[in-house]
Write a new protein. Structure first.
Lengths: 227, 142
């Protein structure tokens, strides 16, 4: 089909306008502050779980270990972490009687749970896991109500003096999505259905825990475990 | 010639789609506008790289080649020639084959569909069909 030179000129004009519009749209996306999300149901690679079995605090020789499956956006987990953990930390973990293992168990109904877990994992990469963990739980009421929580997590990272360049790259890459998914799947295999759930000696405990009950519990287990 | 123009527009659209995906992949765009799809699952999978290269970057290079080939085929001195359109059809054919492989991975290996990948697949198939129609038109005019 023949087209006049005028038609060709019109084509080039329209093409140029579309090309500029496309470049403008990409430029806008680049200029916009980046938001981050962490994918679910990722394919778990062996490297995601190799040598990693949760975030641990406490003496490796402690006679009792408690594994907590928790979700950063779960209000009960937040209450437990804020109100009960300080006493557990002080009386059991620091005294070497208890080792605490934190596993991510992001629940589907919590849109920022994986993002929070990933933010903490990125802090762990820089050796500051528990500080970021603490900040995330402390700020739960703020970021859980936000339209996009990633900026607040970044603020926490800044507050604990993380290298923000490394943190941003880590968050954008979603490199720990597989690890979080693996942790969630492992919890599900063990029978975890809600958070927080504690795993002690192969048994799962759910419900509302208080530090006194856990201290008594460890008191009852420690002599047996220490033998 | 209108078909070649159509191929140029489609290729430009494909170039922007793949550039968008690539910018996401290298962390320059925080989230993908994916709606209910599973774009991030696909993009985070090991299959988002091919022979060590980001698939989205392969898309950028491929669509750039299609844009150049389609614009080149519109040069007045080449309008009556068959080879520029054959080149366009050949490039688009490679794109269709690669897209078929990626679609297979999405459906049967990753078990997730990225709507931007579907968009790109539709575009590259459309460019291929347009190039074939143009080739058929050239044959008839001879």
């Amino acid at each position: 089909m023949a087209t006049s030179p005028g038609g060709l000129k019109r084509f080039y004009a329209v093409f140029l306008v579309l090309a500029l519009a496309g470049l403008g749209a990409l430029g806008y996306l680049l200029a916009k502050p980046a938001t981050v999300s962490i994918p679910v149901n990722v394919t778990i690679q062996p490297s995601d779980t190799a040598g990693f079995h949760g975030y641990v605090k406490g003496d490796s020789a402690a006679p009792v270990e408690i594994t907590e499956f928790a979700d950063y956006q779960c209000p009960f987990c937040q209450t437990f972490d804020m109100l009960q953990m300080p006493a557990i930390d002080e009386r059991l973990i620091k005294s070497g009687r208890l080792r605490w293992r934190y596993r991510d168990f992001p629940l589907q109904q919590h849109p920022f749970a994986r993002l929070a877990a990933h933010s903490a994992a990125c802090a762990d990469e820089q050796g500051r896991y528990w500080e970021q963990h603490q900040r995330i739980y402390e700020g739960q009421a703020d970021w859980a109500a936000a339209r996009d929580a990633s900026g607040m997590f970044r603020d926490y990272a800044k507050a604990i003096a993380l290298d923000l360049g490394r943190y941003d790259a880590c968050m954008s890459s979603g490199k720990f999505a597989g690890r979080i998914q693996a942790s969630q799947e492992e919890g599900a295999r063990l029978g975890v259905t809600s958070t927080p759930t504690l795993l002690v000696g192969g048994r799962l405990y759910t419900g509302h825990f208080d530090s006194d009950a856990i201290i008594h519990f460890v008191d009852s287990l420690a002599p047996r475990a220490a033998k | 010639m209108n078909l070649r123009m159509g191929a140029a527009f489609l290729s430009l659209l494909g170039l922007f789609v793949s550039a968008y995906l690539y910018l996401y992949k290298i962390g320059r765009i925080g989230t993908l506008a994916c709606g209910t799809g599973a774009c991030e699952t696909v993009q985070a999978s090991v299959w988002s790289r091919f022979a060590g290269v980001e698939v989205a970057l392969i898309g950028v290079v491929g669509y750039s080649a299609l844009v150049l080939a389609s614009l080149g085929s519109l040069q007045p001195s080449l309008l009556a020639r068959r080879w520029p359109v054959t080149l366009l059809a050949g490039l688009a054919g490679v794109g269709v084959a690669f897209t078929a492989y990626l679609t297979y991975l999405e459906l049967f290996v990753i078990h997730a569909i990225c709507r931007w990948c579907v968009t790109s697949a539709t575009i590259v198939v459309a460019v291929f069909v347009v190039a074939l129609l143009e080739l058929r038109g050239l044959s008839r005019r001879r």
